[in-house]
Structure formats: C-alpha cells, structure tokens
Design a protein around this ligand. Structure first.
Ligand code: AP5
Ligand code: MG
Length: 205
C-alpha cells in the first residue's frame, strides 16, 4: 500500500506518518527530510535545495523527482511507502503516477491561524526525528532517546508565511487531482484522534 500525506506546513504530516509507519509496516519518505540530510552531508543536491528551502520556496521538480526515484529503489520500500510532503505540484504527481501506484491520499485539513500558532513551537529530535511542540512538551531533550531537540532553520515567521502561500498556490490543487482517492481528516484534533480516524479509513480500504 502506498499513501500520500497531503497538507500545509505544520499540518501534522510527519507526526501522523510516524504513527502510521508502525501500524501498517510502511516506510516514511519525507522529501523535506531527504533534503535536510543532503544539506547536512554537504551534497550538491543539498547545496541547491538549501537556497530554496531557506526562502520557503519549492525545490525544482526535476531535482526532487530524481532524488525520490533513487530513494524508491531501496529495499525497504517493498511493503509500501508513506509519501510525506511529496508530491507538491501537479507535475510531481504526474511523474509519481508513472513510477508508483498511489492507493490513498490523506489530506490533513488545518486552518492557517492554527498553523501559525504551531509553527514557532516545533522542536525535532536530532537523533530519532521525533516531533514535539513546546506548547505540550517543555523539555529540551527527546523523551524517546534522550538526544537534544532542535528548531528547523525554516521555522521562522517570514519563511513560514511564504511556505503557506506556496502551499495554497502550488500544492492545494492536488486535492482536486486526487479526488477519487482522497480522505480528508480534520487535523485540528488531538494527534491520537487524527491517527485513529486515518487508521480506520485505511483498514477499510
Ligand atoms: P517539509 O520538511 O516537508 O516541510 P512542510 O511541508 O513545510 O511540513 P512540515 O514538516 O513543516 O510540517 P508537518 O506537516 O510535517 O508537521 P509536523 O508533524 O512536523 O519541507 C521543507 C521544505 O523542503 C519545503 O519548504 C521545500 O523547500 C522543500 N521540499 C520538500 N518537499 C518538496 C517537494 N516535494 N518539492 C519541492 N520542494 C520540497 O507538526 C508540526 C507541529 O505541529 C509540531 O510541533 C507537532 O508537534 C504539532 N502537531 C502535529 N500534529 C498536531 C495535532 N494534531 N495537534 C496539535 N499539534 C500538532
Ligand atoms: Mg514534516
């Protein structure tokens, strides 16, 4: 089973993906995480991606799709993939259609004023990637592995506002593109409730 998680920045894609991974034995592929890994390793792709990510713009489709295709060749994708933050343009969706069967698209629906409240409080574990928010978790180390938490470079108000604009313009049209496979969930609920409703939907599929 291959699933797409579709939603604005901070809608909870990463949080939900981690819960779905273990329930359905799927592998989470976040193109954002792949770019951040490339930046950390100082690769050519990383250097290029950083210029776009710092401004909250999308990395060009050709670069993103090539990176994704490489990732999909790995063995761990055999049982199915959760695409987190990919596709983000109609062009990317058309390219994905050529290389993988998409069974379901989960749209996380969260009003932008709620997103703005979430955005500056996000903290991520530097080792295991667990996601927190200072509104519900005040420690500076991960509850799961004890490693330090950090704030992402692109989690600043200026970049976030642009990311939201880019979402509206470039990514929201995918809701109509995938209308035959779409399940929309209210992402402004407790993460456990969001997970339960998506889990129940996928189990019926
Ligand atoms: P990416 O890393 O994908 O960022 P994003 O889409 O902006 O989404 P986020 O990771 O910020 O949010 P999320 O939805 O995962 O929310 P999370 O679970 O963390 O992309 C970054 C950049 O890379 C892009 O701007 C672009 O430049 C580039 N890029 C990536 N993919 C690309 C592509 N396909 N094409 C081109 N460029 C690409 O949760 C957020 C916060 O909310 C956390 O604090 C969490 O604890 C909290 N939270 C989560 N769920 C809930 C809930 N239900 N209730 C209350 N709080 C919640
Ligand atoms: Mg994410």
């Amino acid at each position: 089973m291959n699933i797409i998680l579709l939603g604005a920045p901070f809608s909870g894609k990463g949080t939900l993906a981690k819960k779905l991974n273990s329930e359905f034995n799927l592998v989470q592929i976040s193109t954002g995480d792949l770019f951040r890994e490339n930046i950390k390793n100082g690769t050519k792709v990383g250097l290029l991606a950083k210029q776009y990510m710092d401004k909250g713009e999308l990395v060009p489709d050709s670069v993103t799709v090539t990176m994704l295709e490489e990732r999909l060749k790995k063995n761990d994708c055999k049982n199915g993939v959760i695409f987190d933050g990919f596709p983000r343009t109609i062009e990317q969706a058309k390219m994905l259609d050529k290389i993988a069967k998409v069974d379901a698209v989960i749209e996380l629906d969260v009003p932008f004023d709620i997103i703005r409240r979430r955005c500056l409080g996000r903290r991520v574990c530097s080792k295991c990637g667990e996601i927190y928010n200072t509104s519900t978790y005040s420690k500076t180390t991960c509850a799961k592995c004890g490693s330090p938490l950090f704030q992402r470079d692109d989690d600043n108000l200026e970049t976030v506002n642009n990311r939201l604009e880019v979402y509206k313009k470039m990514t929201a049209p995918l809701i109509n593109f995938y209308t035959d496979r779409l399940f929309t969930v209210d992402g402004n609920q407790n993460p456990e409730i969001v997970f339960e409703s998506v889990k129940n939907f996928l189990k019926k599929e």
